[in-house]
Design a binder for this molecule. Sequence first.
Ligand SMILES: Cc1cc2nc3c(=O)[nH]c(=O)nc-3n(C[C@H](O)[C@H](O)[C@H](O)COP(=O)(O)OP(=O)(O)OC[C@H]3O[C@@H](n4cnc5c(N)ncnc54)[C@H](O)[C@@H]3O)c2cc1C
Length: 779
Amino acid sequence: MQAVSSNARVVIIGGGIGGVSAAYHLAHLGVTAVQLVERAALSSGTTWHSTGNMETYRADPLIFEMVRYAAETYPQVARESGHDMGWRVVGRVMYTDREERWEFMRTLPELGRARGIDIELLTAAGVRSRLPIIAEEGLLGGIWVPSDARVDPTDAVTAFARAARARGVSIREHCRALGIMVRAGSVYGVATSDGEIACDAVILAAGLWSGDIVKSCGLRLPLHALEHQYLITKPCGVDRNMPLFLSYDDQLYGREEVGGIIVGSLDDHAIAVSTAALPQDFASCLLNERWDQFDAYMTTAMRRFPVLRTAGVKMLLNGPESFTPDGRMLLGPIPGVTGLYAACGFNSNGMALAPAAGRYIAEWIVEGAPSADVTALDVRRFSQAQSAEAYIRERVTEIPGHACRMQAPDADFQTARNLRRSPLHEQLAGIGARFAAVSAWERPLWFDRGLPNVSWIDAVTEEVGGGTASVLVVDRSADTKYLLVGARALDWLATHAAPHTGRDAETMRMPLPGAHGQVEVLVRVLARQADRCLLTASPDQETRLGEWLRRADLPAHIHAVDQTAAYACLELTGPRRESLIQSLVGSGDVEFVDAAAPSARWTGGYQFDAREDRVNDSTVLTIPSEFAVHVWRRLIARGEAFNLKIGGHFAEEALRIARGVPAFGREVTPATLVGEIDAGWPRAAAATATATRANVPRTHRARLIVAWSSPMTACGFGAQDVILEEGRPVGELTSRVRLPGWPATLALGLLDPAQWQGGAVAALAEGGVWPLVPRQTSE
Ligand SMILES: Cc1cc2nc3c(=O)[nH]c(=O)nc-3n(C[C@H](O)[C@H](O)[C@H](O)COP(=O)(O)OP(=O)(O)OC[C@H]3O[C@@H](n4cnc5c(N)ncnc54)[C@H](O)[C@@H]3O)c2cc1C
């Protein structure tokens, strides 16, 4: 056994598939001063009881690419290490008995073709011929994905570990990480059962135990374990080459196992389990069989696969696995401590995702950024509130079942709701607000006024009408708000943000840059005085903004104070908004107060601060929370004369897309360099600027933000559609909307300049191919 190193450049905690993949990829990038520590034997956590299935078709483009990378990497690592990992490409049948799902499946072969993966549509008889154990009765059909594969998880870990060791990485088993050593906000080592290891960076790949480890440096992670079960039968004559199967309708998946069958369930009301309840040692890291939980799925499985009625049961395997609030893994720099990275919380997808996750995290450490846009997996997408034990424990119980549903456009999780509410929540709920949670805030999506035959989309159309013809008001109190206070605070902001943006701090919208000029946060600078300014950002950027300010190394005399709960925020759009505000002020109903002024919160009266957002063509009112209801009532009463409409996030989104304003997480992400944003910022016309900063990561790929219209007929919102040029994928639609009565669909998207040859493009969406026509977005 190798001795534990006393120093390393990177320490990896955890020897499951996540940890060994990170080790292998660091070595691949030339970093061999790497120490991996595993408290027991390699692969002794969740990995060893995984079924090791790989679904190669995924609707999400990032996850699709990650699984594609896994399918290339597993055989390659097996060859490199000389260790067979049981990689077998057996294909998969996905079947359905529901009309809605069947309609969706019919669109998949064409989508697959665009993305370079074979998908074949199957009739019910076709399903049966591919999967002879299934009872055909009631089936509508399915799809066949020949590239789907399986791997032996323990052998996969052995192969990755061997290949990493051969490249110089040190792996220490039976060595427990006891704590992360932090000085002045940065990692400087890891304390282990075999001594301290000095290092510059730590990758947390300890699976469901990752949350326990970060507590040693005062942090929390939004991750919790669930029980996850599958049945293993004795041999029952099943063909060893039987394909994998999956049904979201039945909430079942499975495959052949030594001539028998494995059938697993994707549970509703899954059972949360805390790490304290788990045995510490390898041999018994399995939980008791829970037949009461599995019974309903077993009944469905026996109906669907009659062979199960007679097959002998070997065991009901119950293994713990970690889940997150949105069902996506945790990747990237953990906020609060510099040099600490997450590669954990795989939501039962670790075998499929860990090869790419290990690569991205290695690139992040070595090159400053991952080679793919992983914003959707970035651990900073969650707020602190979402790491609270009570919140996460409740939420994860819904994750496996939720993934199986075809969701209505305004559907959201049912659990862990109503944690954070706007001061206006009761007022909004009283007039029919339909909420969805973002960063644990309840945010209004649209208003259901209970009118007969008025669908959600009709209601949104009416709300949008206010924003174009009269006035629309939307509650944005969930936006994150930081007050920057101290002598010359505004100058400091201008020095640290504006030089990178080419704009001065007078610009209301400002991308805050990261170390290599990437957009880390997209803020609005609201109230401004020389010594105080108010930065706001969409709720999903709460942690990013806090972390940017922490890392910005503020001078001692400037303080960033989180004021999110202190102010309500209302955004007014539409041609009559100024008249309405004047009328409100002229009547003496409310007074203007600069929200950045020191006295703003203590002078009494119904005050608000009003700021024009030229880009969004809107006015943002910032109101001390305690006055919010009073200002709201007066606004609504006075608004009657101005045909004021009350709307939600959907209406704002429709107007944003129509105006061509890029949003963080969609058109603009940390994969965008500040210098790449269109010169006509932030209007999304064809951007052509190229990255000029010297320290741009090797892996960076420029993208063009473009606005289009399209004859696509379906009403509603959409995103993540493939953009084609002569049948080749050249980009992705990031936002699109069409409302009833609109002559066209309006869309924003990203083109890859390395792929796009300047020709006409089309979107593959809603089961068809639709031309995209570039459009001007008015300034
Ligand atoms: C029943 C079941 C079926 C599944 N089927 C599939 C599937 O078909 N396809 C798929 O893609 N995924 C599947 N998964 C999910 C997949 O197995 C996991 O996502 C993956 O194995 C997680 O890997 P990991 O490296 O993050 O965690 P783990 O494998 O748990 O590794 C973490 C390691 O960290 C170690 N550790 C913990 N604390 C410390 C410490 N303090 N110091 C040092 N080491 C420590 C642990 O001992 C452990 O070895 C399944 C999971 C289950 C439970």
